[in-house]
Every structure is written in structure tokens, then in C-alpha cells.
Design a protein. Structure first.
Length: 229
């Protein structure tokens, strides 16, 4: 049985890219187990193999997606209807898709994708970059709206911090659960997002990518401490 995320709190994104030390379903499943032990109320996972492996070892809902570049198309989060169906078949409780109005590489629109997934009984999360996109996705019948793409489209605000204002506006303008995701690096930012109306916050690199975490510490040392005389 597929499960919704109805609690408020932290969802951990367990993703690694090819060539990284933790790439692969086994590593991501173990990472997901560790996140759940720490109190995560859900897991976000990329790729059918990782989704299936994680679903087999955790008892919390899994948000699934498939990141894939097709030619020069800017849509890469579960870019086609076929990809969304594959993510659903892998066991994802919630299927995350690009929630922008941009045309998909298979020529479909977000309306066509959401309508077909809804017909199939799939729970859809729309990853958006603006308030307008979020409201449009809500009208189409998605179940969650996430700020994942804010700062990653050419027409959304460019920043190195989470878009708390977008969270606040979406929470005020729609009754759907709003998900805060993107560039969260501290618990203080997570609290801000929850106070702004987020149902839950997705944190990835700051928890599950040790090379990024190590690099941040190294840069802090270089900026603030004289290491060599």
C-alpha cells in the first residue's frame, strides 16, 4: 500500500551521482536506514533501483523521481510520462515530477502528465520554481507542491539560500501540502520553512553527501583560520 506523508518534519533526500563513492542502491538504502533512525519522516530517492532498494528497508514513505537529461531539454526531473510510470512501478509512494510549464522531451505538457498519472492513481508531487507554477500545478490536481526548482530555472530568483518566501506564498495561496526543498544547510533554515507553512522540509546534500559536507568545513577553515605561517 502506498503511503502519504501527513506528518510535519524532515524528509531526507538520499541521492548520489555516478562516480561518487556512495553511488549505488546498497549505499543509498543504508543511508536511508540511517536517516530514518535519526527521525526522518520520509525519504526522497532518485532512480528506480535506489527506490526499490530503499523501499525494501525503510518503513516511511518514499518520494521517488528519475533525473535524466534528454538532449538539450531543460526538464530533467522525471522528464517523461514513461519515467513517472517507471518510478511508480519501482514502489515510490509519491512520484515527483518537474512541475513547470516547460514542454517535456516526449512532447507532453504538465497537464497531460498529471492527468494521466491521476487516472492511474499515482500520487504526484510537482517540483516548481515560482508561485504561478505552483498554483497551476494545484489546479491540475497534484497532491504536493515542492519548491525544489526555485533558483534552477532562468526566470526564478537566483540565490544560495532556501526560497522561504516562495514557501510562505504557496502556503497562503493553496490548501495543498507545501514542501520546502533546495539549498537547506542548517536546522535554523528548516525551522524558518516550517514556520512559513511548509508541511515538511527535504534536506539532501547537507546530510547525505559527505564530500560536500567536508568541503564546506574545509572552506570555512581556509576563510577564517591561518593554517600556514
Amino acid at each position: 500500500m502506498r503511503r502519504m506523508i501527513t506528518e510535519r518534519g524532515l524528509v531526507v533526500s538520499c541521492q548520489a551521482y555516478e562516480g561518487e563513492p556512495l553511488f549505488g542502491p546498497h549505499h543509498m538504502a543504508e543511508m536511508a536506514k540511517a536517516a530514518v533512525l535519526g527521525g526522518a519522516i520520509g525519504i526522497r530517492a532518485n532512480g528506480t533501483a535506489d527506490i526499490a532498494a530503499i523501499k525494501a528497508v525503510v518503513n516511511v514513505p518514499v518520494i521517488g523521481l528519475l533525473k535524466r537529461r534528454v538532449g538539450d531539454c531543460p526538464v530533467y526531473i522525471t522528464p517523461t510520462l514513461e519515467d513517472a510510470c517507471a518510478v511508480n512501478a519501482a514502489g515510490a509512494d509519491i512520484v515527483a515530477i518537474d512541475g513547470t510549464r516547460r514542454l517535456r522531451p516526449d512532447g507532453t505538457t504538465i497537464r497531460q502528465v498529471v492527468e494521466e498519472l491521476t487516472r492511474l492513481g499515482v500520487c504526484v508531487m510537482a517540483d516548481v520554481s515560482t508561485l504561478e507554477e505552483g498554483l497551476h500545478a494545484a489546479e491540475l490536481g497534484v497532491r504536493y507542491i515542492s519548491t525544489t526548482l526555485s533558483g534552477y530555472t532562468p526566470y526564478s530568483p537566483g540565490t544560495n539560500k532556501p526560497d522561504i518566501e516562495l514557501v510562505r506564498c504557496l502556503a497562503q495561496e493553496t490548501r495543498l501540502p507545501v514542501v520546502a526543498e533546495g539549498r537547506f544547510t542548517s536546522s535554523e533554515q528548516m525551522i524558518q520553512a516550517l514556520n512559513a507553512g511548509a508541511q515538511f522540509v527535504v534536506v539532501g546534500s547537507a546530510i547525505t553527501r559527505p564530500q560536500d559536507i567536508t568541503e564546506r568545513y574545509r572552506k570555512a577553515i581556509e576563510d577564517k583560520v591561518v593554517l600556514n605561517s
